[in-house]
Design a protein around this ligand. Structure first.
Ligand code: TGC
Ligand code: FAD
Length: 392
């Protein structure tokens, strides 16, 4: 892969709206991605392997639990800092951002928000340092967009719970030490359970042959009469709203992360267009390529403003789930469109691993599907503005 020459676009002087802390956190993540992610990521994506050596670096830049209080090992940062970290990591690769999103919003957040004090003390500090890695099991083979239909279930056996079922498409599952698993009790109510690797009957086969998120490990969670200790049930919240509350946090992070992928594609295409000469002049001097580049920076700027305002609302505890859906949907579509346009600016070179664009483009096909598909987020907006849910 070519050297990482990334220069972040800031067309509307967004930096003026950030605090010194935001910029310090963002710049630390940016430097780390340049130094430790960019040089290796293409190779790992080509091999379809997750680069485990980056886990300690992710922990050091505060990517594991950025907004979890310091007393539990988190970085104690605000929501805008969390978003900026996700933006910088996804500028490197969506799969690396996935690992950080899952660890922070889908594993640490439910333990922090719904866990007992003992669970918080036991798991959060180790998750923050990356000593322990987690995954989140909601999706099932027959229940993706409709998780309320899940069939994974547990029975109360007196001194433990007996868990049965299967989860599919689970990021980090092949190497995770623990899984936050959503399952129904005998009354059909959804609860979260912490399942630990090594429990008898629990396995995590890897999903192969992905053309997207190749540098991220994806797999299944299989529960065959797994005995789960009673103290591993998350006591603080149950019902579908519990996992969906975690998704709010992860979807918010993706709304920022997608901007990172888009910025990388734009920056790469702009540099290439200025250097590539055809018909005796740089292709950047042609109207057609300028149209592409001008539209890209316009869309990135709009997405940056959307994410920043959402971050302010989140900091004030006012962001609604529907506002988060709108930002996730808009910003991921913006990024995938920019990746497709940017790839064309590079002509044939755009399809090679010499540049990051094709990898971003393929990754974004997962990002537009997970954490609620593009369609589902549109339907969430539709339900919010009309008061009529069209899901079912
Ligand atoms: P519905 O009747 O609308 O709601 C059930 C209960 O949940 C509450 N609720 C929420 N609570 C918190 N946050 C949200 N975003 C919420 N949305 C709804 C709601 O108030 C209700 O509460 P209560 O107390 O009245 O019971 O539920 P529904 O069955 O009609 O479904 C609604 C729908 C379709 C929007 C929802 O199921 C959905 O979002 N589906 C998409 C599924 C999804 O996003 N899965 C993601 C799996 S995890 C993942 O992809 C990780 S990728 C990680 C990575 O690598 O980065
Ligand atoms: P389906 O729900 O079967 O949808 C198929 C199509 O039908 C989609 O286009 C959808 O928009 C459309 N559709 C569905 N319902 C409606 C409707 N009511 N109206 C109109 N159209 C509809 N899940 C986890 O729990 N944890 C993870 O860590 C995780 N990581 C993932 C990593 C990757 C790489 C991928 C690809 C997925 C991951 N997922 C994870 C699963 C992801 O959340 C689901 O794939 C997603 O929610 C969609 O579910 P599905 O794939 O079953 O599609």
């Amino acid at each position: 892969m070519k050297p990482d020459l990334f220069e972040a676009p800031d067309y509307y002087n967004m930096d003026d709206l950030l605090s010194e802390e935001h910029k310090l956190v963002r710049d630390a993540a940016r430097q780390w991605v340049k130094r430790d992610v960019s040089p290796i990521i293409e190779d790992f994506a080509q091999k379809a392997e997750f680069p485990t050596q980056i886990l300690s670096g992710l922990a050091e830049i505060g990517a594991f639990g950025p907004y979890i209080p310091e007393e539990y090992g988190g970085a104690g940062l605000d929501q805008i800092s969390y978003g900026l970290i996700m933006q910088e990591i996804e500028r490197g690769d969506s799969g690396v951002r996935s690992t950080a999103s899952v660890q922070s919003s889908l594993v640490m957040y439910p333990i922090f928000a719904y866990g007992s004090e003992e669970q918080k003390q036991k798991y959060l500090p180790k998750l923050a340092t990356g000593e322990m890695m987690g995954c989140f099991g909601l999706t099932e083979p027959d229940h993706g967009s409709n998780p309320s239909g899940m069939v994974t279930n547990f029975k109360d056996m007196g001194d433990h719970y007996l868990l049965n079922g299967a989860k599919l498409w689970i990021s980090n599952s092949p190497f995770a030490d623990i899984a936050v698993v959503w399952a129904k009790n005998e009354a059909g109510r959804i609860h979260g359970l912490i399942v630990e690797r090594g429990m008898e009957g629990f396995s995590t086969p890897e999903t192969h042959n992905k053309w997207s998120l190749r540098a991220s490990a994806t797999g299944e969670l299989i529960f065959d009469n797994v005995k789960v200790p009673k103290e591993n049930l998350l006591p603080g919240k149950n019902g579908l709203g519990a996992p969906l509350g975690c998704l709010d946090s992860a979807r918010y992070g993706i709304a920022w992360g997608a901007i990172g992928a888009a910025m990388d594609c734009y920056d790469t295409a702009l540099r290439y267009a200025k250097e590539r000469v055809q018909f005796g002049r740089p292709i950047a001097a042609t109207q057609l390529q300028q149209k592409k580049l001008a539209e890209m920076i316009t869309e990135i700027t709009k997405a940056q403003l959307l994410a920043l305002r959402l971050g302010q609302l989140k900091n004030e505890g006012k962001a609604t789930s529907a506002q988060i859906s709108m930002a996730k949907r808009n910003n991921v579509e913006m990024a995938i469109n920019i990746a497709r346009e940017a790839r064309q600016v590079l002509g044939g070179m755009g399809i090679t691993g010499e540049y990051s664009i094709m990898r971003h483009m393929m990754n974004l096909e997962s990002v537009i599907t997970y954490e609620g598909t593009h369609d589902i987020h549109l339907l969430i907006t539709g339900a919010d503005i009309t008061g009529m849910a069209a899901f079912k």
